[in-house]
Design a protein around this ligand. Structure first.
Ligand code: ADP
Ligand code: MG
Length: 456
């Protein structure tokens, strides 16, 4: 199976022959082939093929040919020869998202990121975006959003894509039966779909519960804890984190502390301020927690607190943005260090945290050993990604890991995000990592769509 970058031209001839530059025609060994099958996504058209005198890799498609397989545009794209008499153009990559605001912001606040990703695939693949409403399952087509040279959107109907990158924006949208059946339909058609869905914290902890390698880096966690289990964990570790399992951005998180002499403390954020309360007894603490959270802690996890390294008395943690690359291996695309705001329970920027490069943050905490600590953390991040993937029944291609480093240099994972935000890449020193991250998405789509490496 050969992979070539070729230039597709739209000809205004009205015959059904496909013309190819002589060098491409020869390298594909097409002499003696009567009819060539040309595929895009799920569509195939069969046409006689002839060579024309021209250097380089060029293909000329007449209006009827390109309409039949719905080629969205002319220009550079990959071609694979999947059989002696069959070539495929593509890959056709669909980014699934939602959140329509208007015609220039069809995917709301995600539109900018989606545009950047589509630009990354320019001249290599047919990259487009779509929402669940744009799929026609009967015709097996998608009414996609494409980007022109000026950065404006235009719409084209294309076949079902070769691979889907899922960036549906909300947990709520994803738990509906419509989206579940949409995912199942792609899977039934053997169209790779990643990432599957948002993660809940307790799902990830439960997933890794039996994975000895991963467990070493997970703080002890109890999902849906009883009061008694919280008491035990507090006595054992002296402080714990209490978090909503489907939470994000630090919302609803409590840090509970036990001092044998001073009593119990709860730290949390309320109305934009950090709050610290003291309780004389465990019962009193639980009474307030139930009053704030509800009778049951069913949708919460309680977790051993980790004594993180600090800068200026503020805890520090890290976002590791992980991707699967063109060889299907996990790699660290970028790392952001986050310093908590004064008195804040979490490191989120919106709660007063600040973003730093890992080099800067680690040299202030580990001095000359900073580089070594970062390399070690990267190895753990790859190991944790592999562990999550091996215990998870669906396809994953990207993860945002929240990792902490304690004062002994041990690495801990607080949570794994299956649809990680990209705020770390806003740091001026992390912009090139942001671009790498987009390249990894493209490379992995090429891999999954068999346009690179896979099964060849
Ligand atoms: N077990 C823990 N020990 C110490 N700090 C923690 C712990 N769990 C969470 N944190 C801090 O709180 C932040 C937010 O927790 P996280 O689990 O990532 O929840 P969220 O979904 O709200 O981002 C972490 O980035 C870390 O700074
Ligand atoms: Mg987090």
């Amino acid at each position: 199976m050969s992979l070539t970058l070729c230039n597709v031209h739209f000809s205004d001839k009205n015959d059904r022959t496909v013309y190819m530059s002589g060098s491409l025609y020869r390298s594909l060994k097409l002499s003696g082939i009567d009819k060539l099958q040309i595929k895009l996504g799920r569509e195939t058209v069969s046409a006689p093929v002839k060579a024309v005198q021209r250097e380089g890799n060029h293909v000329y498609l007449s209006a009827s040919l390109r309409q039949q397989i719905r080629v969205p545009k002319s220009g550079n794209v990959y071609m694979i020869q999947s059989a002696e008499d069959e070539v495929q153009l593509g890959p056709l990559i669909g980014i699934l998202s939602d959140g329509y605001v208007n015609n220039s912001l069809p995917f709301g606040s995600r539109t900018g990121f989606i545009k950047e990703l589509i630009r990354t695939g320019d001249k290599k693949a047919y990259f487009f975006a779509f929402s669940p409403r744009d799929i026609n399952w009967v015709e097996e087509t998608v009414y996609g959003y494409f980007l022109d040279e000026n950065g404006s959107w235009y719409r084209k109907t294309v076949p079902l894509p070769d691979v889907v990158y899922n960036r549906l924006p909300s947990r709520k949208a994803e738990t509906g039966s419509y989206i579940s059946s949409l995912r199942d339909r792609f899977v039934r058609k053997s169209i790779p779909f990643f990432n599957w869905s948002f993660f809940n914290k307790s799902d990830v902890y439960n997933l890794l519960d039996k994975d000895v390698e991963a467990l070493r880096h997970l703080p002890e966690s109890v999902s849906s804890p009883t009061d008694e289990q919280i008491r035990e964990l507090l006595e054992k570790h002296h402080f714990v984190y209490f978090k909503p399992t489907a939470g994000s951005l630090g919302d609803g998180i409590f840090r509970l502390t036990y001092h044998p002499k001073k009593g119990y403390f709860a730290r949390y954020r309320s109305g934009g301020k950090n709050v610290l309360l003291r309780f004389g007894s465990f019962q009193e603490l639980m009474r307030i927690m139930h009053a704030r959270v509800g009778a049951s802690f069913k949708s919460y996890v309680v977790q051993q607190g980790i004594r993180l390294v600090e800068i200026d008395g503020c805890p520090l943690d890290f976002r590791f943005h992980m991707h699967k690359n063109g060889k299907n291996e996990w790699v660290t695309a970028g790392v952001g260090a986050k310093k908590a705001g004064k008195g804040s329970v979490t490191t989120h920027i919106k709660n007063g945290g600040s973003l730093m490069t890992p080099g800067n943050a680690l040299s202030r905490t580990f001095g000359s050993e900073a580089g070594e600590v970062l390399e070690k953390a990267k190895r753990v991040a790859v190991k944790m990604s592999e562990a999550i993937e091996r215990n998870y029944p669906h396809r994953l291609g990207e993860l945002g890991l929240d990792l902490g480093i304690d004062k002994d240099g041990d690495i801990w994972m607080f949570e794994a995000n299956a649809k990680p935000g990209r705020s770390i890449f806003k740091h001026p020193a992390l912009k090139s990592e942001g671009r790498d991250s987009l390249e990894y998405i493209l490379d992995h789509c090429l891999y999954l769509s068999r346009f690179r490496g896979r099964d060849s």
